[in-house]
Write a protein that binds this ligand. Structure first.
Ligand code: ATP
Ligand code: MG
Ligand code: MG
Length: 377
């Protein structure tokens, strides 16, 4: 079988690697050059995009910001999973908020802003601590601005002056004092069957995911159920097929949706080592019509992103249960270069292993690691 993935980054690469043992050949589309490339080497393949679409059993995406004309072409094949509508919802915060309202899922208080002057009324309605998000093309905290007090408003308005808010509105959210960030990742197949992984706890630094721990610490059955209900409402509400990730803020016993990602997700990379069937494997199964696999966690896991650096000792692999995933990219500041999965039998042991791991890594690039090791102990 063949699966064509729009986007040629690490997520397509990990889908490719998980497809190999099942005899599923994954090809990637470099969406900038509209060219079919090998998901690992990124070398152009000797096939036109049209031919690759015709040959594929299923088409899918590894990121939501695929140019719309390419998504339309993919959708016309009748083999795009998730659907174009689901991808476009994930790519546009205004559509995303509209979906959350339509299906009645709790999310962050917000306003859509198409003119800079509307920011004054946002402060009146939402308070002076705000986070402004470009409705399209943002990721890893790019395309966001923060307001911490109303006296900063005029400077912020000057910063935003060049933006065309009529075509790309801002979603302005109340800055929440949540207890922590978690995410629920699950998969829905063509018959509508759903499998959901345990909640992961996500630690961010400067708007970027650094560490995930799964299952999240101190998760009650009620909280896991609440997350699964949110997942099910959203997946069914979109007629979704494939892996869907939902980022959540936990406020007391309530979960609020931050955003959704219509694809495999960084906070699900732990499933490569800590679950029976990974998110990549289950995604391929769902889009090709194969039976879904188990989504329970077999161990406790931590996923540590390697961001903006490549200089560390591979001797870290001597730590039992430690797995390195390297994406083969050139180093750039803030760029995700790879990740390390660590598994253990319990959280205390996981803490020990993270502390051991910290000895092998340049800690200025891993600002969350030592504290997390201590917290798990
Ligand atoms: P991603 O790489 O996950 O796609 P993104 O650029 O789409 O990131 P968000 O997930 O919306 O951005 O926000 C990035 C981070 O900023 C969140 O994980 C959270 O830490 C913080 N954040 C976002 N919205 C809020 C909010 N309303 N209140 C407080 N913190 C927030
Ligand atoms: Mg996002
Ligand atoms: Mg996010």
């Amino acid at each position: 079988m063949q699966v064509l993935v729009y986007g040629a980054g690490q997520l397509a690469q990990m889908m490719y690697l998980e497809g190999c043992p099942m005899g599923i050949e994954v090809q990637a589309v470099d969406v900038k050059n509209e060219q079919v490339v090998h998901p690992v080497t990124k070398q152009p393949m000797n096939i036109s995009l049209g031919q690759a679409i015709a040959n594929a059993d299923a088409l899918t995406v590894e990121f939501e910001h695929v140019p719309e004309h390419l998504l339309e072409q993919a959708s016309r094949s009748g083999k795009l999973y998730p659907s174009i509508d689901a991808v476009l919802i994930g790519a546009d915060r205004v559509r995303e908020k509209r979906l959350l309202t339509r299906v009645g899922v709790a999310n962050c208080p917000h306003r859509v802003v198409t003119q800079i002057d509307q920011l004054d009324s946002c402060i009146e309605e939402l308070g002076e601590r705000l986070i402004l998000k470009a409705s399209r093309d943002g990721y890893d905290g790019y395309g966001q601005w923060r307001l911490t007090q109303s006296s900063e408003l005029s400077a912020l308005k000057t910063t935003l002056q060049g933006l065309d808010l009529e075509s790309v509105p801002l979603v302005v959210e109340k800055m929440l004092d949540f207890d922590r960030e978690v995410s629920i990742i699950g998969v829905r197949d063509k018959q509508g069957q759903i499998r959901v992984y345990p909640l992961a706890e996500n630690l961010h630094h400067k708007g970027q995911l650094h560490v995930s721990v799964a299952p999240a610490l101190n998760i009650t059955d009620a909280l896991q159920k609440q997350a699964e209900t949110i997942f099910t409402i959203l997946a069914e509400g979109m007629g979704y097929i494939g892996v869907l990730a939902v980022e959540l803020f936990q406020c007391g016993e309530q979960l609020l949706v931050n955003e959704i990602a219509p694809r495999v997700h960084n906070s699900g990379h732990w499933t490569l080592s800590g679950s029976d069937v990974s998110q990549f494997n289950n995604h391929l199964r769902a889009v090709t019509g194969l039976p879904l696999g188990q989504s329970d966690s077999l161990k406790v896991s931590a996923m540590v992103n390697i961001i903006g650096c490549s200089a560390f000792s591979s001797d870290l692999l001597s730590i039992p249960g430690c797995h390195l995933y390297w994406y083969g990219k050139t180093v750039r500041e803030k760029r995700k270069m790879g990740h390390i999965n660590v598994t253990a039998d319990n959280f205390a042991e996981l803490g020990d292993k993270l502390r051991a791991l910290s000895e092998y890594l340049p800690l200025e690039h891993f600002p969350k690691l030592e504290d997390e090791a201590k917290r798990l102990k």
